[in-house]
Design a protein around this ligand. Structure first.
Ligand code: CTP
Ligand code: MG
Length: 217
């Protein structure tokens, strides 16, 4: 079986406000509902696990009785770890998705699932528009050729047993799961993501999202 884990236990420090961004209402729906309903339409996904904080646990159980609701942790790494520990033992492929990426498409999800026939780890990625520099204090340390850089998106897909074991063994913190698999020396593949699959991180991203949804039924 294949499982999707939707991560929604963050508290949106960069976004600000009283309600975590994934639980803001837009077009009369929770922001998280956009990605959940897209995953619900994927034939090859048998189970959806939603990782949330204590505060939203009761609400989410009521809202999504068909899905498994799990408590997250302080960091994204801990939240995805908890999601992985709640997967059925028969899980073969697992996809981890940021609930803060509401406009993920069926095609992007299916492309990740397909790559997992041949590889253990895959992420969506897009080219970067800005020059990216490694910095320390107020100095530039290194600038790589932009053509060799990609920005990571989600979903990120994995062989279930391999990522679960990598999570159990590696205690370091990472901002996403592909980084953890890379540090466990797996061959990590990337496929083309999409600008529309941006992560709502700041208020400006929310304005962009509102704009995208304007002409949607
Ligand atoms: N996430 C999570 N558990 C955490 C931290 C993050 O499940 N402890 C989830 C978020 O809910 C989000 C995704 O991971 O859908 C990507 O994280 P990010 O955009 O960084 O969200 P936040 O951590 O909530 O935001 P910030 O870093 O600004 O506080
Ligand atoms: Mg965060």
């Amino acid at each position: 079986m294949n499982t999707a884990i939707i991560l929604a236990a963050g508290n949106s420090n960069r976004f600000g406000g009283n309600i975590p961004k994934q639980f803001i209402r837009i077009k009369n729906r929770l922001l998280i509902d956009f990605s959940i309903s897209t995953f619900e339409k994927i034939k090859n996904i048998d189970k959806i696990i939603i990782v949330v904080s204590k505060q939203y646990y009761g609400m989410m159980i009521k809202e999504y009785p068909k899905h498994t609701i799990v408590l997250g942790g302080k960091t994204r790494k801990q939240s995805s770890h908890n999601g992985l520990l709640s997967c059925d033992k028969n899980t073969k492929k697992v996809l981890l998705h940021d609930s803060a990426r509401p406009l993920v498409t069926k095609d992007l999800i299916n492309n990740c699932i397909d790559v997992l026939d041949d590889y253990n780890a895959v992420t969506l990625a897009i080219s970067v528009n800005d020059t990216i520099a490694k910095v320390k204090n107020s100095s530039i340390i290194k600038i790589d050729d932009r053509e060799t850089l990609r920005a990571m998106q989600t979903p990120q897909g994995f062989n279930f047993t391999k990522i679960r074991n990598a999570h159990i063994e590696d205690k370091k913190n990472y901002t996403d799961d592909i980084q953890l698999m890379l540090n466990s020396n797996y061959d990590c593949k990337f496929i083309e993501g999409d600008e529309i699959n941006f992560k709502v991180t700041t208020k400006n991203d929310f304005i962009l999202l509102t704009e995208y949804l304007k002409n949607d039924k």
